[in-house]
Every structure is written in structure tokens, then in C-alpha cells.
Design a protein around this ligand. Sequence first.
Ligand code: NAD
Length: 372
Amino acid sequence: MRTLHLRFPEADRSHPILIDPGLLDRCGELLRMAGLGEPVALISDAMVMAHQGERVRRALRQAGIPFVELVLPPGEETKTLSAAADLYRQLVRAGLGRDGTLLAVGGGVILDLAGFVAATYMRGIPFVSAPTTLLAMVDAAIGGKVGVDLPEGKNLVGAFYPPRLLLIDPTALDTLPTSEWRHGMAEVVKAALIGDPALWEQLRAAPARWAQPPEGRERLELLERAIAVKARIVERDPWETQGEREQLNLGHTFGHAFERLSGYRVPHGEAVAAGMRAAAVLSARLGLLETPDLPHELEKLLQGLGLPTRWQAWLSGYGIQATPEEVIEAMGTDKKRRAGRLRFVLLHRPGLVRTYGDVPPEAVRQALMETA
Ligand code: NAD
């Protein structure tokens, strides 16, 4: 079993990240070994339960752990305060006290929502997280951010509430739809560009190979490396006060604008892919790139993965027409904006990114024209 440790300044927030095929089948035993209390509230969505639920149920039964199952409809629409309120009431009815444990099994939606409930129910109960999408394994589950959406915007209410234990079972991805795999790969590419040049080389050497989940050891290593990049950044800036965590927004200033223009109809992973390509071209235009081929190589990699690289053509596939000026306008409402200035994470070379708050709008417009 691979074990990474995510260390927070407060010892009680630090936790192990276990990565091993079959962990879902052993989750009961692992909860016991970690000294977590009973009963367990298993929170998941209907799709995840249909594919992975029996493994979790059996593991809890084998360990003799009493549990209740709280299953929500799949999709971002579930990540709301009213869903959280329903869950609080069901937890009360199930008799879950502060000595119980909340086990979240699912993608980022379930982890964010269940983590938020764990953080706030009875002022906080022990939380265990078992991500089942690639995006959740390499991104949403790492770093302790939990929360829900408001009608006014995504992730506007939340907390930092790291789990006691993070269980990453690569075999859960066997049942993941290919489109969801691809969306997660956008975040893996992002992790490689931010902090793992060797992973970047591995990905770009054979783009099409990564369009489907690789098997065995290759899958394990892909997960481990991408997780390690995010974990290292989180450790340097656990509460998002040092600016380090901003690096994780590579491609996101553009990406959020694309999502906003679409009324959040486009998948986040696709928006990040098109946004990273625009960010790479912007980095080149500003003379920051030490590796001038990078925008082209990134385009080839993303294309091989079946991800978009030309934002205007891609958005028009969703019936959305937008001009570069409209994209810049949509950036103006980004919550990552500080003191009225747009901030971009830009690339110097794979493994070296920096945040810039003084990018001339004309350069942004040119990068958008070039990547339309
Ligand atoms: P998701 O949770 O909606 O899952 C995508 C779909 O895959 C769902 O329909 C789900 O039912 C299905 N699914 C999940 N696992 C499956 C499996 N093993 N087999 C078959 N189907 C499966 O989406 P996501 O992409 O995992 O997460 C997106 C969410 O994550 C967003 O709400 C985003 O805001 C959040 N997020 C949070 C953080 C953070 O730091 N907290 C970071 C990134 C993203």
C-alpha cells in the first residue's frame, strides 16, 4: 500500500492518504484500525452506489460496523444548502452523535457536500473520504476544502475540514464513464505542468495512451504523482493565505470565464483544458516561456486526450457564441480577482509557474484570438 501524509500545522488536521487497489473492500477494517467511531453514515450518490456500493456495504458489515446509507441524486445540483439540511436531519434521525463517523464515497460533489456536513453537524464530526472519480482523487479530495454552491455562484459557502483518513482505491475508476476520466485528466495535466516535469514528459510522449485509464501500476503511479503535486502545494499553504495555492488555478482564470459564459453547462475539466492552452499561449506572448514549444505540445496532448484546445470552436459546439472581449468581461466577475485586477497563473516551463496580477488586457485579448 502507498501512503502519503498530508501535514497541516495543526496535528489533528494532518492525515494519511492511502492509495491501493481494493481499499473500498477493506474500508470497514481501515476505519476500525484508525479508531473511528460508530455508527457510520455512508453518504454517496445513486450512480456511485449502483457501481461501487456493494463493496462498501460488504466491507462495513464484515467489520461489524453499524451504518446508515444516505444516497443523493448524482450531479452538481445536489451540492446545495438544502441537501445539507436534509442530511443533518437524517443524521439526527439515525442517532449519529459526535462519536459517529461520516464516510463519503463518490466524486467531488459528494465529497464537498458530505465534508461540509461533517464540518458543521454538531460542530464537526469525524470525516473519512473515499473519492471515486479521477478528478476527486487528484483534486477535490486533497487539501481539505469542502462546501456547497449557492444560486449566485459555485462553492461560495464552505470550510477547511480535512478528513481523518483518505482512501484512494484506483479500481473504483473501472466503472467511471470515459468522459469523466477525461475531465479528470485535465487536472492531471495541470498538476504535471505545475509541479512534475517528469510526469509532463511521460504524458506528452504518448497522449492517446492516457485517454483511457491505464491498468495496474501505471494507474497507481499516475494517481500518486498527481496527488503528490497538490499535497505539496497544500502543505506550503494549508489555509490559502500564502498565495501558493493560487498555482492550482493554472488555466482557471480563462476556464472560469468559459464556464460562466456557458451558464455552467460545459464540464469543468473541458474548461480547464481550453483555459490552460490559452494560459500557455499568453505565457509565450509575454515572453515568459523558457520552452517555446510548450503551447504546441500542450495542444497535442490535450487533443490526444479528447479535450478541447480552441475555446471558441469548443463553446460553439455547446451552442454558445462568444468574442474575446466577452471572455475578458466574464473574467471580471471571477472570485479569484483581487483589488480589481485580473490574476493569471502563467508558465515559465513545466514545473515552474508564477502568478501575475499585472497582465495587459491587450495581451489577454491576443492570446484569446490565437486560441479561438
Ligand atoms: P461528480 O461528483 O459529479 O461525479 C461525476 C459523475 O460520475 C457523477 O454522475 C457520479 O455519479 C459519477 N461517478 C462517480 N464515481 C463513479 C464511479 N466510480 N463509477 C461510475 N460513475 C461514477 O463530479 P467530479 O468531477 O468528481 O467533481 C466535481 C466537483 O468537485 C465540483 O462540484 C467541484 O466544485 C468540486 N471540486 C472541489 C475541489 C475541492 O478542493 N474541494 C476541487 C476540485 C473540484
